[in-house]
Design a protein around this ligand. Structure first.
Ligand SMILES: CC(C)(COP(=O)(O)OP(=O)(O)OC[C@H]1O[C@@H](n2cnc3c(N)ncnc32)[C@H](O)[C@@H]1OP(=O)(O)O)[C@@H](O)C(=O)NCCC(=O)NCCSC(=O)CCC(=O)c1ccccc1C(=O)O
Length: 360
């Protein structure tokens, strides 16, 4: 164990033991069975527990969820976002991924890994730009159903904005003079992506890195994960999702504590506060993340799209309603009634709505 790993292990145990211990009941029977299985036996298949302890009819029909590690294929370059590629004037050029590793597996999971371990996976505008390109690709790929965001190595998910490239009014990549806070665009993109985005957190998720995991739909944490906001210590704050989403998750008093005191919190603390969905031993983080993804991939993609939009709607104000409304319109476009309007217009005839119900 090198010095940094030792410090992280000591810190994780310290922050955990410094807080009140409470039992956290598992929120669902099925997750309870899965997490207990995962902590006792790494090879145990995830089961859908029934009240009798026997396999449910769902399980008999669908079988166990595999705990095998996915087989990843690396994607090395992507088309840039239209007109928004950091450091490039030729928008027809492909963006070679340097700060991020982007992988997909045939099961339908896309995985984005921030690959700056020498900076505890701190992000620069370029890093953010690359993540956004990967998210665009994963959203548009009909074979992808779930997206995972994580950091390279065991020491950090992400330590926020790279303070080494922080200018006087934003973060500036070398060779480019435009200061940016494009991580805010990334947060919005994660919220708008109509597929579940799962943060898989080992080590530090602090500063802007903590906000990134909060705006993801689910967070699977390793037991060495450490969470917190460091902004007030380095002269920074996130007055958007960083405050609003956090207060919704942990409550106003806790959100003020997290921001005003800028303490660090263990994975168990984060679980108690509702900041993460589950905590697993570090060695099982990848397989547990895969299991959660596979469980979602078994479910109706349209149901998941609507649920994500609905869960965002109230918190995101008009933008949330636009997302939910857009999903509804998209579904309506696929209906015979929606298509009657289009076909009538294109054939220069009056639409015939008579065959469509007006019943409540
Ligand atoms: C993460 C630490 C607690 C890890 O500590 P430790 O394991 O002891 O490692 P270190 O030796 O400290 O670090 C190793 C190495 O990495 C460098 N490094 C780590 N983090 C950063 C960073 N954020 N920026 C630059 N460099 C970093 C560190 O200097 C070491 O390099 P050496 O060359 O070996 O010395 C600890 O590292 C730590 O506390 N890091 C700083 C965390 C931090 O304060 N982050 C910034 C918070 S502010 C922010 O993220 C704003 C982001 C933003 O863009 C924003 C702005 C406005 C609105 C919204 C947002 C937003 O949502 O993000």
């Amino acid at each position: 164990m090198d010095a940094a790993r030792r410090r992280l292990a000591v810190l994780a145990s310290h922050v955990s033991s410094s807080r009140d211990e409470q039992d956290t009941p598992c929120t669902t029977l099925s997750r309870c069975a899965a997490s207990h299985a995962s902590s006792n036996n790494a090879q145990a298949p995830t089961t859908y527990a029934s009240a009798t302890g026997n396999a449910t009819s769902y399980e008999r029909t669908h079988g166990h969820v595999s705990r095998d590690l996915p087989r990843w294929n690396v994607v090395e370059s992507l088309p840039p976002r239209h007109g928004a590629m950091v450091g490039a004037s030729d928008v027809s050029a492909r963006l070679t991924l340097s700060d991020v590793i982007y992988e997909k597996c045939e099961e339908g999971i896309a995985r984005i890994t921030i690959n700056r371990p020498h900076r505890r996976n701190a992000f620069t505008p370029r890093t953010v730009q690359e993540i956004m390109c990967c998210l665009d690709d994963a959203r548009d790929d009909k074979d992808v159903g779930v997206i995972v965001l994580r950091g390279s190595g065991d020491l950090a998910f992400c330590s926020g904005g790279d303070q080494g490239v922080r200018g006087s009014n934003g973060y500036v990549d070398s060779g480019e003079g435009v200061p940016r806070l494009n991580v805010l665009d990334l947060q919005i993109q994660i919220r708008r992506t109509p597929k579940p985005v799962v943060a898989s957190v080992a080590g530090y998720a602090v500063g802007g890195g903590h906000i990134l995991h909060m705006v993801c739909d689910l967070t699977i944490a390793a037991d060495n994960a450490v969470f917190g906001q460091t902004g007030p210590k380095v002269g920074s704050f996130d007055a958007g999702y960083g405050c609003a989403a956090m207060a919704r998750i942990v409550g106003q008093k806790r959100a003020r504590e997290i921001w005003f005191l800028a303490r660090l919190y263990s994975a168990e603390d984060a679980l108690r506060m509702g900041l993460v969905n589950t905590v697993v031993p570090l060695a099982q983080l990848e397989e547990e993340t895969a299991v959660w993804c596979r469980e979602m991939l078994r479910n109706s993609p349209t149901a998941l799209r609507f649920l994500k939009a609905s869960l965002n709607a109230a918190e995101d104000g008009h933008a949330g309603l636009v997302q939910l409304g857009g999903e509804a319109t998209r579904l309506f476009y696929g209906s015979a009634e929606g298509q009657e309007g289009r076909d009538a217009y294109n054939s220069h005839r009056a639409p015939d709505w008579s065959k469509f119900t007006r019943t409540p």
